[in-house]
Design a protein around this ligand. Structure first.
Ligand SMILES: [Zn+2]
Length: 133
C-alpha cells in the first residue's frame, strides 16, 4: 500500500472495499475484452487451457506495469521542483532515477524522484511511494 505525507487517502475501509469491488468488476470486463481481442474469430477447440493462461498472464503483467508506472509517475509529478532536505532543511533540486521494481503480479519501471543535499552529502527520496535506497 502506498502512503502519502498527508496520510492514507483511502483511509475509510468500507469505501476502499467498495472501490476495490468496483475496480474488480471493471477489470473483469477487460478480461472479456481481452478474450475477444486474443481470439477475434472465436476460441478454437485447438486452444487449450495452457494457451488461455499464457495470454492472460502476459496481459496481467502488462496491466500491472502500466498501472503502477502511471500511478507512481503521477506522484513523482506532484513532487516536481525543489524539496527540503529532511536533515538540514536546505532546499535541494529534485532529479529522477529510473529503476525496475518487483511488484505483486509483475514488474514496473519506477521513475524515482531523488534529491541530493550538498550540505549533508546524502541522497534522499522525497517519494510518497516509500522507495528507500
Ligand atoms: Zn541536508
Amino acid at each position: 500500500m502506498y502512503k502519502s505525507k498527508e496520510g492514507h487517502k483511502m483511509a475509510d475501509e468500507s469505501r476502499t472495499g467498495r472501490k476495490l469491488d468496483e475496480i474488480e468488476e471493471i477489470a473483469k470486463g477487460w478480461g472479456k475484452l481481452l478474450a475477444e481481442q486474443a481470439f477475434p474469430d472465436g476460441v478454437g477447440l485447438d486452444v487449450d487451457l495452457w494457451m488461455m493462461e499464457e495470454v492472460t498472464v502476459r496481459a496481467t503483467k502488462a496491466l500491472v506495469s502500466g498501472a503502477i508506472e502511471t500511478m507512481t509517475a503521477a506522484q513523482t509529478e506532484a513532487l516536481e521542483g525543489q524539496v527540503s532536505c529532511p536533515g538540514c532543511g536546505q532546499s535541494c533540486r529534485l532529479d529522477h532515477r529510473s529503476r525496475p521494481i518487483q511488484v505483486r503480479g509483475g514488474t514496473a519501471k519506477l521513475n524515482e524522484p531523488v534529491a541530493h543535499c550538498s550540505t549533508c552529502r546524502r541522497d534522499f527520496f522525497p517519494s510518497a511511494a516509500g522507495a528507500e535506497a
